[in-house]
Write a protein that binds this ligand. Sequence first.
Ligand code: SF4
Length: 414
Amino acid sequence: MGRKALRLGLAGEEALRALAEREGLEAEWEAFLRLRTPGPDPEAWAEAALEALGVEAKEVFLSRFRMALRVDRGEPLAWWRSLLLDEVLPPEVGRGVAVLPPLRATGVRARRAYVLEWVAGRYTLGEREDYFLLEDLREQGLLKGLPRRLRGLDPLFLEELSTRGEEVVLLYPEAGPGGPVEPLAAGERPEALPPASRLEALPQAPFRPAHPTSPASPPHVEALRRYLECPFRAYLERYPLRDGEESPWRALPSPVDLGALGGLFADGRVGPWLRAHGAHLQGLRLYVLWPGRRYRLRLDGVRWEGRAVHLYRLLGEGAEPDLSPKRRWTEWLALKALLQREDVEAVHLWAWPWLGRPRPVGKGVYRKGDALPAFKEVEPLLEKALRSWGAFPPRPGPHCHACGLTDLCRKEEE
Ligand code: SF4
C-alpha cells in the first residue's frame, strides 16, 4: 500500500484510508492505526505492538514499558523510547536465517533474500466472505466497486516481495499435490551442487562410521569398569581421563609436607583441618600411578608406615564413600596386590572427604589371608571387561540417563 500511495502521490490519513478501502485492506489499516497510539490497556497495547513487529525478546521491552508507565502513565511513549535506548538485547544464540511471512518481510532490506514458493496465489492476505466471487466480475456491472482481493498477482505486491534484498533468489516447486504448478516467473535451475558428505555421495550405501577401536595400551581400571556399562562412553571418556582432576585435593603437593604448606595453614577452613589430620597427611602421596601389563591403577592417596600401607579414597567435600564393587574397583585391586607383597604386613583402607575426617572402609585393616569379598566380586567383572576391550559399540541401558555424551552415539544411526 505504501508503494502504491507513493506512485499515486497520495498523502494524509484520509487519502490512505480511501486507498486501503479500495484495495480491500481496511482490516490491516485499522490494525495499523490501533498500533499507533496506546489504547485503554496500555500494556496489552504494547504487547500487541511488539508482536506485530515480530519482536522476540518481548519481556525486555515490556519491563521498560512498565517502568515508563510508572513515570508517566498519560504519556509513556517518550519515556519508553528513552529507556529502550539504554537497553541491550540478550545475544541471540543458535539462530539461523529468519523466515518471514510476506507481510512481515515488507520494509525489511536484506543483503540476500530467498523468496519461497514463487507461484500464483501463494501470497494472499487470507480468505474473505466473497472468496468465491471471480475477480473479473468485480470490474463490471453491479459488482463493480466491491473491494478487490489480493490474489498474489498484484504487480506491486510482487515487486515488493521480489525486491527485499540486493540479491533475491526466487524459489518455487515445480509441482504440488494438484499437479504441476506455474511459477510467477520462470527462473534458471542452478547447477547441481557437488556432494557435501559421504552420505550424499553414496545414497545406496548409507555411511556409518566404524565403531572406535583402541590401541593396545593398558586401560585405566575405572575405564574398564565403565566399559562394562557402555563401551562407547568408556572410549570417549578415556581422553582425557577426568576422574579426580578437578578434585580439591589437587591443592596439596605430593607427597604432602606439612612444613611447606604455609599459605594453606592461613586459610580459615583448611588450616584447622590440616592441623587436625596431620598424622594422616604427612607424607601422603596423591594420585599415584601404578602401571601394569594388563591394566593401570591410579591410587588417590597412599602413605607407608613401616610395613603397613594406608590407602585413601579421596572424595570431594561432603561426598559419601563410593567403594562398593559396582562403583569403584581401584582400591580393591590395589588391596589384593599389596597384600601379596613380601614387604607389606597390613593395608588400611580409608575413605576421606575433603575437609572431613578419614573413615575406615570395610574391616578397616586387612592382613594377609583375610577374606576379600569385594575383590571376589570385582575380579570376574574385570576379566570380562579385559576380554572384550578393543571394540567400543554403544550399549544403551539405564546408565544412559546419566550419560554426558548428549546422545552422540545415536547421531549417525538416524
Ligand atoms: S547414551 Fe547410553 S549408549 Fe549412548 S554413549 Fe551414553 S551410555 Fe552409551
